[in-house]
Design a protein around this ligand. Structure first.
Ligand code: PMV
Length: 307
């Protein structure tokens, strides 16, 4: 039996633009998903998770609509084995609110299953397997989520290249609207809206500020980072992926002293992130507005085997 874990992720800058080949900056934070895998007699896949009522049973080869089953199938294919596998999932990460829950779960699953058959798997191979599994839920993901949940740390991600950024790590406050959203629907919405040149400009503006954001992160220039987060959010709002609830939380965080705040992930609901040196004050203010709020630390370890 092998237990693996993977972190939640936050996109700090560049969501949506990353789908079009631009750079996004993302980081791993201190909430994790855990997958425990064991070999089974016969050749079935059985998945058990607190989020599903009944165990899922699948064969090693059938077409599946379940990302966890897909991660197991791909992991077994990579290991060239037809052994059955059981996987149990436990996760601390809120689902469908932009914190990378699905990417984290499939990364931990891929790591646990591959590790049953191979020692010290390459995290890049795990990222590849996890991305195949993510395609089930997100259609055509850029890969930033699975790259972050497998490699960890803070990365500048562009389709085809991943740069690990040497940073001190940030303390951020998350405000969760509690509204679940579909990444696929929001990505489709942006695809349609950028047919309008004004919307396409917002996307271009997002990609332009990522370069400055990279420098500010490396220099740990918090004032500059806060200002860039505000700007990035303004462009995402213009792109049509914010919501009244997200706007309320952003205004609240700023009023409570945040240096900057923005939605994170696909938007349409989900979470905001706020950069602040007074986390308690910001958390209290967000909670007064009915949000779930908590502090996270960036730069966490990627996918790993739990001892
Ligand atoms: O699924 P989320 O909310 O973490 O959003 C993913 C980020 C997008 O840029 C909107 C989509 C993608 O594939 O990169």
């Amino acid at each position: 039996m092998i237990k693996a874990s993977a972190p939640a992720k936050l996109i700090l800058f560049g969501e949506h633009a990353v789908v079009y080949g631009e750079t996004a900056i993302a980081t791993a934070v201190d909430k994790r998903a855990y997958a425990t895998a064991c070999e089974l007699e016969g050749s079935k896949i059985i998945v058990n998770s607190k989020n599903i009522q009944e165990d899922i049973e699948a064969s090693l080869i059938e077409d599946t609509t379940n990302p966890i089953v897909k991660a197991v199938q791909e992991a077994l294919k990579f290991c060239k084995t037809k052994t059955g596998v059981g996987v149990e999932i436990n996760s601390e990460i809120p689902v469908a609110v932009g914190l990378g829950s699905s990417a984290s779960v499939v990364s931990a699953t891929a790591m646990a299953v591959v590790s049953l058959f191979k020692e010290n798997p390459d995290p890049l191979k795990i990222a590849e397997i996890a991305l195949e599994a993510e395609k089930i839920s997100h259609g055509n993901p850029s890969g930033v989520d699975t790259a972050t949940t497998t490699l960890g740390g803070t990365i500048a991600f562009k389709k085809g290249t991943i740069e690990e950024l040497k940073t001190e790590g940030l303390s951020l406050v998350i405000g969760n609207t509690g509204i679940r959203k579909s990444t696929k629907e929001l990505v489709d919405k942006v695809r349609k809206s950028i047919e309008d040149p004004r919307m396409a400009t917002s996307l271009f503006n997002i990609s332009s500020l990522v370069k400055s954001a990279k420098t500010a992160i490396i220099q740990n220039n918090l004032d500059e980072l806060g200002a860039l987060m505000d700007k990035n959010h303004k462009f995402l709002r213009e792109l049509g992926v914010s919501s009244p609830q997200l706007e309320t939380l952003i205004k609240t965080a700023k009023k409570a002293g945040a240096l900057g705040a923005k939605l994170t992930g696909a938007g349409g609901g989900g979470c905001i992130i706020a950069l602040t040196q007074e986390p308690k004050k910001v958390i209290q203010a967000l909670e007064k507005k009915g949000a779930t709020a908590f502090q996270v630390h960036t730069n966490q370890e990627g996918v790993k085997i739990e001892s």
